[in-house]
Design a protein around this ligand. Structure first.
Ligand code: KIV
Length: 259
């Protein structure tokens, strides 16, 4: 196990784990000063590529953006999402995970659970590929958004799934849109850290899509806290630039290269 992963594991029950997503070097460089984990999430399908869901994202898309993010990350643990269709069976999961790691230099991969693929996680771990799990609302496998773990029965099923993933050797699990009771129970009953998104304060750490919390993506569900309004800042800057160009205030002499 790498030192970076050990450090994350040691945070359980001690201090909260800070995670965000990045798709480029520039953003990654800023996050690296604060985050324990930086995820190159397949949310880039919606956020960057404007797709309706995450299904069309390719392995090349993840490899290109993770390579860019790698250039900005020195301290944080860098995790890359495995796109839908790239881990259908142990053999393809291994080939594709190894390709992502070899081409990008990321520290681990994340794959979304579909209840049975904990066996794939186990296979990857045996191949010395560090894996992060992901349960609850998993957009690659579920058509409709729903908060999970609201009933006792549902919460117990999620706990079983989390335990299987833990037993398979994953170093952490993302809990996406789970009821607070369910997130609390899982966090208390497993030894690896839980990273919540829309799953209450009871998780060991939190993750958000950076573009959402910066007010850039235009996607603000209830669980997103908007920490900035970057859209507004960009709008103001572009408005000023447009005015300057039209009034011939830009470029001025200081921007010229004199021969
Ligand atoms: O793709 C992504 O950004 C994610 C996070 C929302 C956890 O999986």
């Amino acid at each position: 196990m790498s030192k970076k992963i050990k450090k994350i594991l040691l945070k359980k029950n001690k201090s909260k784990i800070v995670c965000l997503t990045a798709y480029s070097k520039a953003i990654a460089k800023i996050l690296d000063n604060f985050c324990d984990i930086i995820l190159v999430g397949d949310s880039m399908a919606n956020v960057l590529y404007g797709h309706k869901g995450t299904h069309k994202l390719s392995l090349d898309n993840i490899i290109q953006h993770t390579s860019s993010v790698r250039l900005g990350v020195k301290k944080s643990l860098l995790v890359a999402d495995m796109p839908k269709g790239t881990y259908e069976n142990p053999k393809s999961a291994k080939t594709n995970a190894k390709l992502i790691i070899k081409k990008t230099g990321c520290d681990a991969v994340k794959l979304e659970s579909n209840k049975n693929n904990y066996k794939i996680i186990k296979f990857l771990i045996n191949e010395k590929i560090p894996v992060m799990g992901h349960i609850g609302y998993t957009p690659q496998h579920k058509k409709k958004f729903k908060i999970e773990g609201k009933t006792k029965n549902e919460a117990l099923k999620l706990l079983k799934e989390a335990k299987l993933i833990e037993k398979s050797g994953a170093f952490a699990i993302v809990l996406e849109c789970l009821s607070p009771q369910s997130a609390k129970m899982i966090t208390n009953k497993i030894k690896i850290p839980t990273i919540g998104i829309g799953s209450s304060v009871y998780c060991d750490g939190q993750i958000l899509v950076t573009d959402d919390m910066l007010g850039l993506s235009g996607f603000y569900p209830k669980f997103v806290k908007k920490y900035a309004n970057i859209n507004r800042i960009i709008e103001k800057a572009v408005k000023k630039y447009t005015r300057d160009v039209k009034l011939k205030n830009f470029p001025s002499k200081i921007h010229n290269y004199n021969g």
